[in-house]
Each structure stands twice: as C-alpha cells, then as structure tokens.
Design a protein around this ligand. Structure first.
Ligand code: C2G
Length: 136
C-alpha cells in the first residue's frame, strides 16, 4: 500500500506483542506521541519461529489486540528481518522506534528515516510473565 508524501509524521515500530503487557503499551504510547500516525509491524507466527520465539497467542489475536490500542493507526504483518526498508519507503515513515534492547541493531536504516531507541519498561516481559505463571 503506497501512501502519498504529506506533512504528517509517521512512526513505525515492530514486535511480537505476545501476552500484551504494560511494557508493550508504554512503547506504543511513547512511539505514537513522537508523530501523527503509528504503524506497527506485528511478527507473524512463521517469523517468530525464525526469531526462535514461541507465542502463547497466535498472530491473528496478537494483531487484533495491538490494533485495538488507541494509539495504533495501522497494523501490518512482520514476516522477515529485512522488510523494514521497504515498509519505511512504502509508508513514508519518518521515525523507526524500538526498545533499547535493540539499540544499534537498526542504525543501518538511518539513510531512510530517523531511528529512536526508547528505554524499555523495567520489571516486565512476556518471558517473566510466563515464568511467574509456571510457578503458581
Ligand atoms: N518492550 C519494552 N519494554 C518491555 C518489553 C518490551 O519497551 N518491558 C518493547 C521492546 O523493546 C520492543 C517492543 O516492546 O520494542 C515489542 O517487544 P517484543 O514483543 O518482545 O518484540 P521483539 O521480540 O523485541 O520483536 O524486528 C523487530 C522485532 O520484531 C522485535
């Protein structure tokens, strides 16, 4: 889907967003506040296999939950590591936002848009939720 250039600031971020939690909410909110529109690439189940992540919720449910977040304008499937460049161009993205656990990983995309790494929300992760629940 091609979007004409406009004076809107478009922000893009990616993630698995499994067991959606406060840390996910915070980064989506902060990313949204950096611009006018927020596009979120949600990792597909197939891509999560490549990432070595096993999800509790499938892609359909994870995408629907992210799409229901008031700060999110568009959800797209994230199917590979190297689709970011095309997504940035196709959606005329101005800013790519990721949590700072990814710091430096996407700096090569600096030629196409601004890259901002935001501090992760401390004390919460999908992995820790699963661990805590397994000990109940
Ligand atoms: N995050 C955060 N604070 C947390 C947990 C996650 O800010 N406590 C951020 C991560 O830094 C990431 C986003 O939330 O920017 C989504 O996190 P995950 O669902 O774990 O996504 P990830 O597996 O990091 O996938 O191509 C990029 C990948 O798809 C990112």
């Amino acid at each position: 889907m091609l979007i004409e250039k406009s004076n809107l600031t478009r922000v893009l971020t990616y993630g698995t967003f499994d067991l959606f939690h406060y840390g996910h909410l915070q980064i989506l909110k902060r990313a949204a506040y950096l611009g006018d529109e927020l596009i979120v690439g949600v990792s597909t189940d197939q891509f999560n296999t490549i990432k070595g992540k096993e999800c509790y919720y499938n892609f359909k449910h994870r995408a629907e939950i992210v799409n229901a977040i008031q700060w999110v304008d568009t959800v797209i499937p994230e199917q590979s590591w190297d689709q970011k460049e095309k997504d940035i161009q196709d959606f005329n993205v101005d800013i790519l936002v990721m949590g700072d656990d990814w710091k430096g990983h996407f700096d090569d995309l600096n030629d196409y848009c601004k890259i901002i790494y935001l501090p992760r929300t401390e004390g919460i992760s999908t992995h820790s939720i699963k661990q805590d629940l397994s000990q109940l």
